[in-house]
Design a protein around this ligand. Structure first.
Ligand code: SAH
Length: 396
């Protein structure tokens, strides 16, 4: 029998709203034995059953909820149902965009806390961030094999957050090993090479897909500086839409090497695309000193904020790059600026960009807003799932 977890008085509130986490401080007592990843039943202080979830004895998020339905067991059928539903939720835009790369499971937002599953052509990449996902690894693989029999499955659980759960990093094939870990996906007509073993995260940043298409629409005849380019997909959309010049900037040479291959894959060798391995913060200052200017700049930095304590410092970082970018923009220039830090709320981000405009002595007009792609949906029960925000600014 699974262990029973009893919550303190009033601490059931978030579960009644179907939020998928129970913090250690909410727990009053445990009856029975609960080990890492075990399925446990949660009760309020009056012995009413509330939910069933995965136990993680070292994490502050002590339980992640699998189900709010007492009849539902956490077995193969449960995972099959979740995966099938997630696929169905995505079918409409996968078809619309002819996409061969998409996020199939976005953790809590798809009802599978701590589990990320991305599909890249015939590869499926699993990232198990928490004890529950880790515990059910092989059931998940069985389900994926059943639903996607042609796919090869790889694990990329090499993430720091696993430490908080007392889990070691894990990577490697979960099905028969393949010779290559590289594949090509297509998003809205653009081909992109993805290395599932050596790329960032699970190999690629799927969450910016629709924003890249939007960037393409602004790029005709413009000189574009694509900062934090990774494998250059923003640039490919810009070049394919007639940008006059595109410069990719990233610190990772491996990412820039793939970016170069992507140019060939898309027959864009004749476009004016270049690659600079540099620290964006330094390069923007250098360009300012050299009085270089651009018609359009894209700023898509990595996450600056891991905890609330880092928020002030992160605001400074965001303000700094936005100020520098605006200083480099020609009159009527376009800035695409993003923050993928969940803790940085949209209104605060807009304020920070506004502060950047003031310091740059420029006027910025927010002409549109961008968000994470639809395969990274935000569940109404889990607002924390909203993390990626972007602003399109016209800068006078
Ligand atoms: N825009 C990309 C995703 C960017 S992810 C896309 O559409 O795919 C963030 C990127 O920033 C990573 O590729 C990382 O290597 C790079 N990076 C991180 N810090 C950097 C810095 N200080 N200067 C330049 N690049 C940096």
């Amino acid at each position: 029998m699974s262990a029973r977890i009893y919550l303190k008085v009033t601490r059931e509130k978030s579960l009644l709203r179907k939020h998928p986490w129970v913090f250690s401080k909410a727990i009053n007592k445990i009856k029975g034995n609960a080990l890492l990843g075990d399925t446990v039943d949660i009760y309020d202080n009056k012995d009413n059953w509330l939910a069933r979830g995965a136990y993680s004895p070292e994490s502050q998020i002590r339980i992640r909820i699998w189900t709010f339905d007492q009849k539902e067991e956490i077995d193969k059928d449960f995972f099959l149902k979740k995966l099938t539903k997630a696929q169905q939720r995505r079918d409409w835009f996968i078809e619309q965009g002819q996409l061969t790369g998409y996020r199939l499971i976005a953790g809590e937002s798809d009802g599978l806390p701590g589990i990320t599953i991305d599909k890249y052509d015939n590869f499926i990449v699993c990232q198990l961030l928490s004890a529950g996902g880790d515990f059910h690894r092989y059931t998940l693989v069985e389900c994926l094999k059943e639903l996607y029999p042609k796919c090869h499955i790889y694990e990329r659980s090499d993430v720091d957050v696993r430490k908080k759960e007392g889990l070691e990093p894990v990577t490697g094939w979960l099905t028969e090993p393949q010779e290559s870990t590289i594949c090509t996906i297509e998003e809205y007509g653009i081909k992109i090479q993805v290395d599932i073993a050596n790329g960032h995260k699970t190999g690629f940043y799927l969450d910016q897909r629709e924003s890249r298409v939007t960037a393409g629409k602004y790029a005709k005849d413009k000189s574009v500086l694509n900062c934090f380019s990774y494998t250059g997909t923003f640039s490919l959309h810009c070049a394919a839409n007639g940008a006059k010049e595109v410069i990719n900037v990233d610190v990772s040479q491996a990412a820039l090497d793939i970016a170069q291959k992507n140019v060939q894959l898309n027959n864009l060798e004749d476009a004016n695309i270049s690659f600079v391995k540099a620290d964006v913060f330094k390069l923007l200052r250098q360009y300012r000193d050299e009085k270089r200017t651009f018609d359009m700049i894209i700023l898509d930095p990595p996450k600056f904020v891991e905890s609330k304590a880092q928020l002030t410092g992160a605001c400074r970082g965001y303000k700094d790059i936005n100020m520098l970018a605006m200083q480099l923009l020609n009159p009527k220039g376009i800035l695409f600026t993003f923050s993928c830090s969940g803790l940085m709320e949209a209104s605060l981000f807009q304020k920070v960009v506004a502060d950047g405009a003031l310091d740059a002595r420029r006027s910025a007009y927010f002409v549109d807003r961008l968000h994470q792609a639809p395969d990274h949906p935000v569940s109404s029960n889990y607002p924390e799932g909203y993390y990626l925000k972007g602003l399109i600014c016209q800068v006078d």
